[in-house]
Design a protein around this ligand. Structure first.
Ligand code: SAT
Ligand code: MN
Length: 608
């Protein structure tokens, strides 16, 4: 009861923090905080107001506790996660389910009772001797149609510091925003009381009924800072069940592309983690977000989107001056607060990662201990090493638009994966159904963002790991959304592929066909196409760009020659590969119960 909750607060919070918590009037929120305190039994509770002072305190405590350490550049710190916690731990991430709950074939589940037993055994008293931090955030600008408030409770200062960089604080607006939206998400995280050998394995639970996540014995932000992907999973549920056909919660960047005459066209694009999403986002002229998009159909018939985040939890591998000029500036110069994780720290206290474009250091320390240059088979940093910083630090970030509750109008949707041999760099769907099919057909090589993942996997909409309902339901929701009569301005829907290789296309070079910065051209072309300024060639898989237009754009946008022979290699359609791919997708979707006939119709047409 609320009286019991108040008693718990009196015991655990000092008067100043009791006063802070008194500003929260939402009873349900107070009950959840009290429950978390009762379960974890921290010595103290720190109510985070989001003030600059609180932000600085958390950062300072993190350095004192040693969860983070200072680097040579002022404002830069680093953090190491445990070796087994360097990416999302899919094998130990469960939905807590009730008996009759239908779930995606990709989701792992555990019955409610078993999950509760685990929590009683391992999370009870897990914060003894520690402080629990409680922060109030919102996934989107305050007042935005799709913005959902959330509470993060954690004993980790690294996690709270990251939350402060990644999310909009909502302490002062929390009551109002919960009332507006009618719901909020809760996240409870405990990093464990020690890091000894016998420490239990990390566990991550999602309770859809209570929209609450629990994570323990881990710190990797994707596992713990559950507003990242845990809350994205809940947001996907909300979009599907509360606003069917009107909302989608996507694993997409949002970026604006300059067109002629001052025109700006916004694009949202999906890609599995580790496939160039952040690079593409920042290659736009007005970068809004790099990971997630809450989309809805507005009253005026436009497709709108907001970014639930205000920060970046970006992959460092291959980030260098060439491909990511804005990001590297923040990472190599003073002036931006950055947390580096799972990088190598060299003798000058400089963070280093694979593909940073600098000379390989002789030695350094990483999450596994000391590393030296002659350990040839061991990468110096983890392939999923990350940087956490505010998006506003990036030179082309459009802060005004990322703060606008009306969001931006999306005119272009892209889908991409890691496909070495089949699809061309860019192709546009001829219909909304074909666009949905592009999303449903993303494939990707496994990346380091998922612990233990290998091989080529299907990655529908790059969102399947975060979709709780059975995938056919999600597929249907996609068809409903894009075909909706309410959606008057239909977006251009396209596929993008940066990972074609010379080898697969009979080229004489090695590695990838094209360079990272070519993305400026693909985006530039989509901008023109979406506004009717260029025509395209019709093919069985959709529309592809004409050579002349690309040639011009290569010159204009990145000052590069674009030989016709390269165009031919990139855009020739390898029919056998495409037919194999269609067969593979058709087969895979047929395994799902109730998969939509609409999808099979698109595949059949293309195959014809
Ligand atoms: O590991 S997370 O999925 O949370 C981060 C990311 O890949 O976007
Ligand atoms: Mn992501």
């Amino acid at each position: 009861t609320i009286a019991q909750a108040q008693e718990i607060f009196r015991q655990k919070l000092n008067p100043e923090h009791q006063k802070r918590l008194a500003a929260i009037t939402c009873e349900e929120a107070l009950l959840r905080v009290a429950n978390a305190i009762a379960l974890c039994d921290p010595d103290n509770v720190f109510i985070h107001t989001g003030s600059d002072e609180d932000m600085a305190t958390v950062r300072k405590l993190s350095l004192e506790k040693g969860e983070e350490k200072e680097l040579a550049i002022k404002g830069h710190t680093y953090h190491f996660d445990l070796p087994e916690d360097q990416g999302r731990i899919v094998a130990q991430t469960f939905y807590i389910v009730n008996e009759d709950e239908g779930l995606s074939s990709l989701a792992k589940k555990e019955p409610r009772q078993e999950s509760h037993n685990y929590m009683k055994q391992y999370m009870r008293g897990i914060m003894r001797g520690k402080t629990m931090f409680v922060g109030f955030y919102i996934r989107g600008p305050v007042g935005a149609h799709s913005a959902i408030p959330a509470i993060e409770m954690s004993s980790s200062t690294y996690v709270m510091h990251s939350a402060g960089l990644l999310y909009r604080n909502c302490y002062t607006d929390f009551n109002k925003e919960v009332a507006r939206r009618g719901e909020f998400f809760t996240n409870l995280h405990a990093e464990g009381s020690n890091r000894s050998e016998d420490m239990p394995k990390a566990r991550i639970y999602m309770d859809r009924s209570w929209q609450t996540t629990y994570s323990s014995y881990c710190t990797y932000a994707g596992n713990t800072l559950m507003m990242k992907k845990g809350n994205h999973r809940f947001a996907t549920d909300c979009a599907l069940y509360k606003f069917p056909g009107k909302e989608l919660s996507e694993h997409m960047f949002i970026t604006g592309i300059n067109g002629p005459g001052g025109r700006i066209t916004f694009c949202a694009g999906a890609a599995p983690s580790g496939c160039g999403k952040t690079t593409t986002a920042m290659a736009g002229d007005r970068f809004v977000g790099d990971d997630l998009a809450q989309m809805w159909i507005a009253e005026d018939g436009t497709l709108r989107a907001v970014n639930p985040e205000v920060g970046i939890f970006g992959i460092l591998k291959d980030v260098n001056r060439e491909g990511d000029p804005y990001l590297i500036k923040c990472l190599r110069e003073e002036g931006t607060e950055v947390i580096f994780s799972n990088v190598l720290i060299d003798e000058n206290k400089k963070p280093r990662w694979e593909g940073d474009g600098e000379e390989i250091p002789a030695w350094g320390n990483n999450y596994q201990g000391q590393w030296t240059k002659d350990m040839q088979d061991v990468p110096m940093s983890h392939p999923n090493s990350r940087c956490t910083l505010k998006a506003e630090a990036i030179e082309n970030h459009d802060k005004a638009r990322n703060s606008d509750p009306k969001g931006v109008q999306i005119k272009v949707i892209t889908y991409s994966g890691r496909d070495s041999n089949t699809m061309p760099p860019i192709w546009v769907a001829r219909s909304m159904d074909a666009g949905v099919a592009i999303g449903a057909s993303i494939v990707s090589k496994a990346t380091a963002t998922e612990m233990g993942a290998t091989g080529v996997k299907r990655q529908p909409w790059a969102n399947a790991p975060f979709v709780a309902p059975p995938l056919p339901e999600y597929l249907q929701a996609q068809f409903n959304f894009y075909n909706s009569d309410a959606l008057k301005e239909k977006p251009v829907m396209a596929g993008l592929n940066y990972f074609l290789t010379h080898e697969a296309r009979g080229g004489s070079g090695k590695g990838l066909l094209g360079e990272k910065r070519d993305v400026h051209v693909w985006l530039g072309w989509l901008e023109l196409y979406a506004n009717g300024d260029v025509q395209a060639l019709e093919t069985p898989i959709g529309m592809i760009p004409k050579y002349e237009d690309l040639k011009k754009l290569f010159r204009e946008r990145i000052d590069k020659e674009y030989p016709e022979s390269l165009y031919t290699m990139q855009f020739s359609l390898y029919i056998d590969n495409i037919v194999d791919r269609i067969d593979m997708q058709t087969e895979a979707w047929k395994q799902e119960e109730n998969a939509s006939e609409r999808l099979f119709r698109v595949y059949a047409e293309q195959k014809e």
